[in-house]
Ligand binder design. Structure first.
Ligand code: F3S
Length: 64
């Protein structure tokens, strides 16, 4: 699974980084999230799916 955050959509709601802190980090500059690594370890797939569902801006996308 691969994950990425659309920087145009992200508004810094931080839910993704709270749900999957090993996958998403927040910028100190604008508070927007980025995926630390585009490749999701198999043990983190569930939390990444939760993050996708939780983002109010629908900014996170995954590809299988
Ligand atoms: Fe951005 Fe959504 Fe996370 S708005 S900070 S990708 S919860």
């Amino acid at each position: 699974m691969k994950v990425q955050v659309d920087q145009d959509r992200c508004q810094g709601h931080t839910l993704c980084a709270m749900i999957a802190p090993d996958i998403f980090e927040l910028s100190d500059i604008d508070g927007h999230a980025t995926a630390i690594s585009g490749d999701v370890p198999s043990g983190s797939e569930k939390s990444v799916r939760e993050a996708v569902a939780s983002c109010p801006e629908k900014a996170i996308s995954i590809t299988e």
